[in-house]
Ligand binder design. Structure first.
Ligand code: 4NP
Length: 145
């Protein structure tokens, strides 16, 4: 799960997907390094907690080209980060691993999970709902319940 800072959207996406299946190894990262080493934003922690998901122990890190080798699937939270991830890919098979997460709900619409960092609390409820629906689709698609 990859966003910009790895403190708002992608930690929440990681926590939500982990909560739906114990058969997956899920991780998250940010394309930027501004928040490396930090805990998730308290607003993501709170919306997760409200839904019985604990993301407090996550620590922000920057996405690395080695992630293409470690993971089968890489979900970008928005179009900017999708482009950034793709720019780090070495070949077509690495590019093929990358998908915009909301395309799992609305295929080929290329919608972005809105960046909630500068927004209010409702922004976090909205991204929780979007990511929860997307993660349900992922579980269904790969039959990994
Ligand atoms: P995220 O949100 O990419 O969902 O973690 C952001 C976090 C920090 C910043 C931007 C977006 N920032 O500009 O510091």
């Amino acid at each position: 799960m990859v966003c910009l800072g790895n403190i708002c959207r992608s930690p929440l996406a990681q926590g939500i997907l982990e909560s739906k299946s114990s058969k997956l190894i899920v991780d998250s990262a940010g394309t930027a390094n501004y928040h490396t080493g930090k805990s998730p934003d308290f607003r993501s922690v709170n919306i997760a907690k409200k839904n019985n998901i604990d993301i407090n122990n996550q620590i922000a890190r920057q996405f690395s080209s080695l992630d293409f080798e470690k993971f089968d699937k890489i979900y970008a939270m928005d179009n900017d980060n999708y482009s950034k991830i793709i720019s780090l890919a070495k070949n077509q098979s690495e590019i093929n691993k990358v998908e915009l997460i909301l395309n799992e709900i609305s295929p080929k619409e290329f919608q972005s999970v809105p960046d909630p960092y500068y927004g209010g609390k409702d922004g976090f409820q909205n991204i929780y709902d979007l990511l929860n629906s997307a993660c349900d689709k992922i579980i269904e698609k790969y039959e990994i319940r």
